[in-house]
Design a protein around this ligand. Structure first.
Ligand code: TYM
Length: 340
């Protein structure tokens, strides 16, 4: 069972807008795993964040359950951490509203992701897209989180969360823990294999450039064989001028634990063909046990339900205490609790 005494708290989440990708695995989940023995770890399937873009309801439900199976298959053992679905804990929406009243229009307007997403969804620039970082701040602050492991693109959202928490604490006294982000040195921004100047993404990417955790080994090898490189035939880390090759080197480095010099030496004079094959094989070796375990877990819906039910109960207990404190601080009359 988890030992929660005196441990610092870690929180992170992923939107179930699609199947998990190699980017979300290397930028996030793989790092989460390394912390679960040392932190009281809470991992969320942030379904409420998913509806800022139009989602097919059946697909959203399928993705959320699949994501839970993959969390467990990636090594997030429910005995050691809390795994839950955001919409099961109403405090997320409650704190989000409250914090929205302490967040400035100007600071939300400066969020890079809001600018990008509103450019891509010009026909649906909804208020949720705009206030998204407030909900994310609520996710983090509800649990007195110390550490938030994320990929590079989410760092700005952790920064605004810190600003909101600091502002609230400034008005009402010490209420929220100010969280730190953790962004891995390698793997924080995995790029598309077909368009290496774009982030690998489940929603934006053409299928060819994006490795899904559900992809078969054949699919993975095919995508790596077609990965865009350059014409100078040298395996060298230079993310400015050799985006495709540097991206493949990052993936290979995280998959094998080898550093960039070792990788350059290994493929010196060998050309890109054998390099791409080696990267593809290292990714197959890394992902196929996870895929097999997740497929097994997905056959046992009762087990998955028991995990997310218990997870929601545990998360709710922590979140409710924070909400009571926040409501007291802002001046709401406490709701009488009836015994029995
Ligand atoms: P999301 O769902 O877009 O991505 C989930 C996590 O995966 C990382 N990531 C990547 N890392 C490296 N390379 C990539 N190509 C790549 N693609 C995705 C992301 O940085 C992220 O860590 N708003 C968040 C979800 C969220 C959250 C939270 C995170 C909601 N509440 C509270 C932490 C704490 C998001 O949209 O991530």
């Amino acid at each position: 069972m988890e030992n929660v005494q005196n441990k610092k708290i870690l929180f992170s989440g992923i939107k179930p807008t699609g199947t998990l990708t190699l980017g979300s695995y290397l930028g996030a989940i793989k790092n989460w795993k390394q912390f679960i023995d040392d932190y009281r770890s809470i991992f969320c399937i942030v379904d409420m964040h998913s509806i800022t873009v139009r989602m097919d309801p059946a697909e959203l439900r399928r993705n959320a359950l699949q994501q839970l199976a993959y969390y467990i298959a990636c090594g997030l053992d429910p005995e050691k951490c809390i795994l839950f679905i955001q919409s099961h804990v109403p405090a997320h929406a409650e704190l989000s509203w409250t914090l929205g009243c302490y967040t400035m229009f100007g600071e939300l307007s400066r969020m890079t992701q809001f600018k990008d997403k509103s450019a891509k969804n010009a026909d649906n620039i909804n208020a949720g897209l705009f206030t998204y970082p407030v909900l994310m701040a609520a996710d983090i602050l509800l649990y007195k989180t110390d550490l938030v492991p994320v990929g590079e693109d989410q760092k700005q959202h952790v920064e605004i969360c810190r600003d909101i928490a600091t502002r609230f604490n400034g008005v009402y006294g010490d209420t929220f823990t100010i969280p730190e982000s953790f962004v891995p040195k390698v793997g924080a921004r995995i790029m598309s294999l077909s368009e290496p100047d774009k982030k690998m993404s489940k929603t934006d990417d053409s299928n060819a450039g994006c490795i899904l955790l559900t992809d078969s080994n054949d699919d993975i090898m095919r995508k790596f064989k077609r990965a865009v490189t350059d014409s100078d035939m040298e395996v060298r880390f230079d993310p400015q001028n050799k985006k495709g090759v540097s991206n493949l080197m990052s993936i290979y480095s995280v998959a094998t634990g080898k550093d960039f010099d070792t990788i350059s030496n290994e493929f010196s004079g060998k050309g890109y063909g054998s390099f791409k094959l080696a990267v593809g094989e290292s990714v197959c070796d890394m992902l196929s046990p996870i895929r097999e375990k997740a497929n097994e877990l997905l056959k046992n819906k009762d087990y998955l339900e028991s995990v997310y039910s218990l997870g929601a109960e545990k998360a709710e207990a922590i979140a409710r205490r924070t909400m009571d404190k926040v409501y007291r601080k802002v001046g709401f009359i406490a709701k009488p609790r009836r015994n029995g």
